[in-house]
Design a protein around this ligand. Structure first.
Ligand code: PMP
Length: 407
């Protein structure tokens, strides 16, 4: 593994080298999507210039090259999350589609009237709405784990919600709005004691924290390539083979069948049963380069670099008049969510943008969480491997200016 040399790393990300509103870009919106290294961009270009073909079909050279590259990424994902087999790795178009796949397919097979599904207060809308829709369809009941003011999960309350009626628990590994890293290993064990299945939303952990599905013993893991230096339009669903085998197909179409007759169709084996139609081949192929990029350094090093940035940013920003951090859990990914007293987060975002600093403002697709805190939204600066303390100094100085202007 290589040491983190941020100067060197920044050279790999072409988008970072530009001015925005006359100032060098400081990109702190990594929880929404990360930037892409040249290796990923080159793989996309190479694919379209040399290999473009439909996969798993056509007996010609380009088709076999495309298929091989596509399937190579599946092997890399398997290694990346330590899945027992490649067949348990299913490509989707993102975290959202992966959760919807489980809600639809697992839901159809395993959720019945009166069953209970548990989520938490800090879930992203994509880990709330599919379960609400499922519960409506099946007359099942959705329960919500409360949290503490610092953004940590209330585990005692979770234990009380669990019962033999619980069929599934679906919880975020690391919160996009707060940064909280949840004790999912412990939560998974607790769910399994009641025979419930557990889905981990790894959208915010895949690029930042070690994720080992066998060590966690999770039943499902979902994440998006675009939040881990990969292309948009690719996501992963990992599921335990025994479950995936039992679950009905999500969508019908080409590739997911074994034999089609008008009377009856038999379905393809895993993972193809869940990959109907032509997938996002180019982006899956290029995703492999994003995984290699992370593996070059290893997530331990990446996480410690990002944690140092978060600690640095936090320690500077707490001194700003009216600075109100939202989410101060002990274990965090590098998300700094905050408000400046008496200033709308949207205005803070606009003023930062004028200084070339990109943050996200608003509810971060976690409206119930914002309601719980009694706020409309926050300003969120989320860090990645290419961010520097100099950029954070600029954030701090701009925030000081903004806070003085209004207070
Ligand atoms: N869950 C979490 C925790 C997220 O941060 C996001 C993206 N903001 C999602 C789910 C949804 O991911 P996608 O939009 O890539 O489907």
């Amino acid at each position: 593994r290589k040491e983190i040399d941020v100067k060197q790393i920044r050279k790999d990300f072409p988008v970072l080298h530009q001015e925005v509103n006359g100032k060098p870009l400081a990109y702190f919106d990594n929880a929404a999507t990360t930037q892409k290294p040249a290796q990923v961009i080159a793989a996309l270009e190479h694919y379209y210039k040399k290999d473009n073909s439909n996969i798993h079909r056509g007996a010609h050279t380009l088709a076999s090259r495309a298929t091989e590259n596509f399937e190579n990424t599946r092997s890399s994902v398997k290694e990346f999350i330590n899945a027992p087999s490649r067949e348990e790795v299913i490509f989707t178009k993102g975290t959202t589609e992966a959760i919807n796949l489980v809600a639809s397919s697992f839901g159809e097979r395993y959720i019945h009237e009166g069953d209970e599904i548990i989520i938490s207060t800090m879930e992203h809308h994509s880990n709330i709405v599919p379960w609400q829709l499922l519960c409506e369809r099946r007359k099942a009941i959705l329960k919500v784990i409360p949290i503490f003011k610092n953004g940590e999960m209330d585990l005692e309350a979770y234990k009380k919600l669990l019962s033999s009626k619980t069929k599934l628990v679906s919880v975020v590994h690391a919160s996009n709005a707060l940064g909280t890293v949840n004790p999912i290993r412990e939560m998974i064990d607790l769910a399994h004691n009641f025979g419930a299945r557990f889905l981990v939303d790894g959208a915010q952990s895949a690029a930042h924290l070690p994720v080992d599905v066998q060590a966690l013993d999770c039943d499902f893991l979902v994440f998006s390539a675009h939040k881990m230096y990969g292309p948009t339009g690719v996501g992963v669903l990992y599921g335990k083979r025994s479950l995936l085998e039992e679950m009905p197909p999500y969508q019908g179409g080409g590739e997911m069948i074994s034999e089609v007759r008008f009377e009856k169709t038999s379905f393809n084996e895993l993972p193809y049963k869940f990959e109907a139609g032509t997938p996002n081949i180019a982006d899956v192929v290029a995703f492999d380069q994003a995984i290699s990029y992370i593996n070059r350094y290893g997530k331990d090093k990446i996480h410690s670099h990002e944690s140092a940035l978060l600690a640095y940013a936090f320690q500077k920003c707490v001194s700003i008049r009216g600075f109100e951090p939202i989410g101060t859990a002990n274990e965090k990914v590098s998300v700094l969510s905050f408000n400046l007293k008496n200033i709308h987060p949207f205005d803070v975002g606009m003023m930062l943008d004028a200084s070339g600093i990109a943050v996200r403002t608003g509810h971060h697709c976690t409206q119930p969480l914002m309601n719980w805190y009694g706020i409309e939204g926050t300003v969120r600066a989320s860090f990645a491997v290419y961010n520097t303390t100099e950029e954070i100094d600029r954030l701090y100085e701009s925030l000081v200016r903004i806070s003085k202007r209004k207070n």
